[in-house]
Design a protein around this ligand. Structure first.
Ligand SMILES: [Zn+2]
Length: 123
């Protein structure tokens, strides 16, 4: 699982599994409490998550009642591209991110900031 964790601590985004629990000072498999909340099974500590670019695309697509194919059509791309983005298989290119922001009526600057975050975290 890949997440941006914000808990007054450094932001971490992992494409692999296992997340560092600051409380236990150890890597652990967090359990989902809700979509953007994780609970550490060892100490019960709850982490609030911030949606990544990947998550935002999916959330906004669903909020706009668009299918993957419809969104793909809007940005002149293929359904498989949308699928790969939403499932964190790829880090989308800059021009794709800009098209997605426009198609989803999202804040362009936010999308660019989120793109930078996943690029940094997955170097
Ligand atoms: Zn813990």
């Amino acid at each position: 699982m890949s997440w941006i964790i914000r808990n007054g601590s450094p932001v971490h985004i992992y494409r692999g599994s296992g997340i560092f629990c600051f409380n236990c000072a150890d890597f652990t498999e967090y359990k989902y409490k809700s979509k953007y909340k994780l609970v550490c099974p060892k100490c019960g500590d709850i982490f609030e998550l911030e949606p990544s670019l990947w998550d935002l695309v999916k959330d906004l697509r669903e909020a706009n009642n668009l299918t993957m194919a419809e969104l793909a059509r809007r940005i002149g791309s293929s359904r498989s591209t949308i699928y790969r983005i939403e499932n964190r298989r790829v880090i989308p290119k800059l021009d794709t991110v800009l098209k997605l922001a426009k198609a989803l009526e999202a804040d362009k600057d936010l999308f660019l900031k989120k793109l930078e975050e996943i690029r940094e975290a997955n170097k």
